[in-house]
Design a protein. Structure first.
Length: 161
């Protein structure tokens, strides 16, 4: 049976921190399904279509990584793609409370899907999509935190493009 893991998130936008987790996990699993959540309640800067497009552009060269959008429960998304595992990155202890709650809730709903936590690399532990958006909005340099295509999209978007 192929080992399939899904990596759900809002990806508003995808950062080097997300890419680090995906790259490392792509070596551990036969296939990684990256799930771009519609998540309208988070009021994302980028539309769902834009987040999908950017995520696909950034991950397109990775042979065992596929990108899909979803609007249903993460456990349903995982089942739809035959994923046995939900991957979540942990950057700091502060992530743990929420992530533990999410994992426990998902496990309550679906005992056939496990959550696996991956520690963020030390160099990426401080990156978050909202800080990247804020830095770009104030004309700061985000090139260390996101791929060039994402940095360009951020500046275009924030200039009203
Ligand atoms: N590198 C960089 N940033 C990281 C990161 C990493 N390794 N790990 C987490 N983050 C950041 C993100 O950038 C994001 O930052 P922001 O809040 O500053 O924008 C933050 O952590 C959380 O983002 P994300 O990982 O996208 O998770 P989320 O909290 O938006 O939740 C889902 C996304 C998809 C997991 C969640 O909304 C969900 O489960 N939705 C489906 C509905 C569902 O099943 N609900 C029931 C749950 S029990």
């Amino acid at each position: 049976m192929p080992r399939i893991a899904c990596y759900p998130g809002t990806f508003d936008p995808i950062t080097n921190g997300h890419i680090d987790i995906i790259t490392r996990c792509a070596k551990l699993y036969d296939s990684i399904i990256v799930g771009v959540a519609q998540n309208d309640k988070k009021n994302p800067l980028f539309s769902f279509a834009e987040r999908m497009q950017l995520t696909e552009q950034v991950l397109g060269a990775m042979p065992n990584v596929k990108v899909h959008g979803f609007g249903e429960l993460t456990i349903e998304f995982a089942r739809k793609h035959s994923a046995q595992v939900i991957l979540r990155g942990l950057r700091a202890v502060s992530d743990f409370d929420f992530e533990f709650q999410l994992a426990a809730m998902n496990r309550k709903m679906a005992t056939d899907v496990e959550t696996v936590f991956i520690p963020a690399s030390a160099t990426d532990a401080y990156i978050s999509s909202s800080l990247v958006r804020e830095i770009a909005a104030l004309n700061g340099d985000v090139s260390e935190f996101v791929p060039q295509v994402v940095a360009t999209a951020l500046y275009n978007k924030l200039r009203g493009g």
